[in-house]
Design a protein around this ligand. Structure first.
Ligand code: PEP
Length: 250
């Protein structure tokens, strides 16, 4: 039985003080929901203070990115070994905004996934097609290619801790959600691909989140699909009531 996982990606929103206030507002609304792993991913600058607030709450702390090297001359970057002492347990990797604005490639993301697993962090690996790719009938090849590029050589023993987020780029921040059929179809494809890599038992344990304009109104029906095991939430995670409603509807 896969435990649902709902993560809030706060992106470049909230000062440390604002982030603490959002976390404080959220905790009482969701901390009794034991069937869902709830992860808050504030900006790096708010990780220490939000980490303190989450301590003992049952909620998890996630980062939005990391570098694959443990240390070195990489100005502006943050490593897994810097995240771990802050209480970070999850890290979003390969988000489409990182791929698009920062030109992150599959091989780079693969290095990060490997480093995160090695360090004991749960990577939330994002994959998804653009609108042009979907309209050209390339969804399957794009998502398969991203999975191959980002998971090549990942050891079986570590793969159970992996989370994959299917985020159609055209649904992120646009208010357009994939239909239930579109989402389930790609999630099943991802599960089949994971089965090829890791075998049926392990692939059956890996959680696959849907992301792209998830709201309280559409969360329950998306989560009811057989291969959807949670949500990666952007915009709606910035509002305590909306995010809590999504978690509770799961
Ligand atoms: C995201 O950025 O991961 C995301 C899913 O955003 P939104 O929920 O705002 O579409």
């Amino acid at each position: 039985m896969r435990r649902y996982i709902v993560a809030g990606n706060w992106k470049m929103h909230k000062t440390a003080e604002e982030a603490v206030n959002l976390a404080l507002a959220l905790i009482p609304l969701v901390s009794d929901v034991r069937s869902v792993e709830v992860v808050l991913c504030p900006p790096f600058t708010a990780l220490p203070s939000v980490g303190e607030v989450l301590n003992g709450s049952g909620l998890f702390l996630g980062a939005q990115n990391m570098h694959h090297e443990p240390q070195g001359a990489y100005t502006g970057e943050i490593s897994a070994s810097m995240l771990l002492p802050l209480g970070v347990s999850h890290v979003i990797l390969g988000h489409s905004e990182r791929r698009h604005y920062f030109i992150e490639s599959d091989p780079q993301i693969r290095e990060k996934v490997g480093a995160a697993l090695q360090a004991g962090l749960t990577p939330i690996l994002c994959v998804g097609e653009t609108l042009a790719e979907r309209e050209a009938g390339e969804t399957e090849s794009v998502v398969s290619g991203q999975l191959e590029g980002c998971l090549e050589g990942i050891e079986l023993a570590q793969a159970e801790d992996l989370v994959v987020a299917y985020e159609p780029v055209w649904a992120i921040g646009t208010g357009k959600t994939a239909t239930l059929e579109q989402a389930q179809e790609v999630h099943a494809l991802i599960r089949a691909k994971l089965t090829q890599f890791f075998g049926v038992d392990l692939a059956g344990k890996i959680r696959i989140q849907y992301g792209g304009s998830v709201k309280p109104e559409n969360a329950a029906e998306l989560m009811a699909q057989p291969d959807i095991d949670g949500a990666l939430v952007g915009g709606a995670s910035l509002d305590a009531d909306s995010f809590a409603a999504i978690v509770r509807s799961v």
